[in-house]
Design a protein around this ligand. Structure first.
Ligand code: 4AD
Ligand code: MG
Length: 458
């Protein structure tokens, strides 16, 4: 049994752990160490005491485990150091793993020794309720809580699933720039930055235009990175910086995009269900909602969606009458998607509400060959995409009409000069997808450090 003396700490300094504690077992590996003595390294999540017993809960990033300290099983200085330890003190614990069905996680640790690496006091986030603003101000610490931990684990799985799906489906990752010379998704949400010699650059709103170039080189490509939108709206779905994955396919159409979206989203849901059972449980997610995400998804023409919204208004279910030609607001999306238990694909939007690069319906020029995938349960649009215009003259006209600077797009127009083919793709916001998978209200909790209209710190 290891009875190495406990370190005495200088206040504010982390003690370098002694060699006797070199080997580390992680809390999510305890099931293969039942009956063994292990070393756990982590932070104090919570501490209860009752007479000659202490119950420190230790978290180590992989999980939380309850430890049991008998006063007579440890050296007196270990007992003294532990008994007044504050929440989030850094701690190394040595003890025997015991399977216990009643314990959360199924295991407890009978402590034989402990080493305090750093003593913390007055941790600002206590188990009591805190307001959102307070928690957002303490985001750097809030991340340590059980719920935030679960959400970030789900995000991690979403990202891995995204990459695995595309990599296994023949897509090549081709990263696109963040500094760009012009708008891709409309000029109202552009972040402008000073570039050299009095030039202006804009933070990327989408890698799509560059994807169109890489897809012509590599066939099927994707970019995956930070994306910026100067969104002046304070909604639960908008960040000013978010992560978008954008696949693009040469020789593909709107239908191909819908087929891909369907396979893509159901693959992500399956992976989350398989790999994040514990986290979904911690988040109290109704997993039947995720199990329902299987192809085929309903496909709805914009005309039809408008008809449904107008009928809802006539029945008094929607306050205002939706007029053909408009873009859907959050209440419209929620109404429509609530009619289905699977993601809903709305296609053929009016070209007037979509971006300049969208291909037109050959039978109805006022419609764009675009699709939005609306997630169920009110999560709204998670995917936006479609088929791209292929004609040089048409795109030139569109660039003019959208008041975009043609000189910034000359390279893009080359793609229509040299081997222009039908091609299509989409973009999915990782945060919206993660919020939906987790069943949580706001996207701000799905990224470690959210950037929003009124938040740039921490
Ligand atoms: O519909 P959007 O604007 O589409 C594009 O940018 C296309 N160029 C993508 C493409 O075809 N390659 O954005 C795509 C997705 C949305 O469906 C949403 O999931 C997410 O990006 N998104 C946001 N997520 C968080 N905060 C914001 N402000 C977002 N804006 C878009
Ligand atoms: Mg969109």
């Amino acid at each position: 049994m290891n009875r190495a003396p406990l370190r005495i700490l200088d206040c504010g300094t982390a003690a370098r752990p002694s060699n006797s504690f070199m080997n580390q077992t992680y809390i999510n590996q305890l099931s293969s160490h039942v009956g063994e003595e292990v070393t756990l390294k982590g932070w104090l999540y919570n501490l209860r005491s009752s007479g000659k017993l202490l119950f420190p809960q230790l978290r180590d990033g992989t999980g939380i485990v309850q430890c049991v300290v008998f006063k007579k099983s440890v050296a007196p200085e270990v007992w003294d150091a532990l008994k007044n330890l504050g929440q989030e003190s850094a701690l190394i614990i040595r003890g025997t793993v015991r399977a216990d069905e009643r314990a959360p996680g199924g295991f407890e640790i009978d402590v034989v020794n402990a080493e305090v690496v750093h003593e913390a006091h007055d941790y600002p986030i206590t188990p009591k309720e805190h307001g959102t603003e307070f928690l957002m101000d303490h985001r750097h610490l809030w991340l340590r809580s059980r719920r935030q931990h679960a959400i970030l684990k789900v995000r991690h799985t979403v990202v891995r699933a995204v990459r695995d799906f595309l990599d296994n489906d023949g897509f090549t990752l081709a990263d696109t720039p963040i500094f760009t010379p012009a708008a891709c998704e409309g000029t109202t949400t552009l972040f402008e930055v000073d570039y050299f010699e009095e030039q202006k650059a804009y933070l990327s709103q989408s890698g799509q235009l560059y994807n169109e170039a890489t897809a012509a080189a590599l066939g099927k490509t994707y970019c995956f990175g930070p994306t910026f939108r100067a969104e002046k709206s304070k909604t639960r779905r908008h960040l000013t910086e978010f992560w978008m994955v954008e696949p693009e396919m040469a020789y593909a159409t709107l239908d191909d995009v819908m087929d891909l979206s369907e396979r893509f989203l159901s693959y992500i849901a399956t992976r989350v269900l398989e790999e994040r059972k514990e986290e979904l449980k911690a988040l109290e997610r109704d997993v039947t909602k995720l199990e329902a995400i299987v192809p085929p998804f309903p496909r709805l023409h914009y005309d039809e969606a408008v008809r449904m919204l107008q009928e809802a208004h006539e029945r008094g279910e929607m306050e205002t009458r939706f007029e053909w030609g408009g873009d859907f607001g959050a209440p419209d999306e929620t109404y429509l998607s609530n009619k289905f238990d699977k993601p809903l694909m709305v296609h053929h939007y009016p070209a007037a509400v979509k971006a300049f690069y969208m291909a037109r319906d050959p039978e109805r020029n006022e419609l764009a060959l675009g699709v939005d995938v609306l997630a169920p349960e009110g999560y709204g649009e998670v995917i936006g995409g479609g088929e791209r215009a292929t004609s040089l003259d048409f795109l030139r006209e569109q660039i003019k009409e959208h008041e975009l600077p043609e000189e910034a797009f000359d390279w893009y127009l080359d793609l229509r000069r040299y081997g222009s083919v039908p091609h299509a793709g989409f973009g999915m916001g990782i945060e919206r997808c993660t919020a939906w998978m987790c069943g949580i209200e706001h996207v701000r909790e799905t990224i470690p450090f959210p950037r929003m209209l009124y938040r740039l710190k921490p």
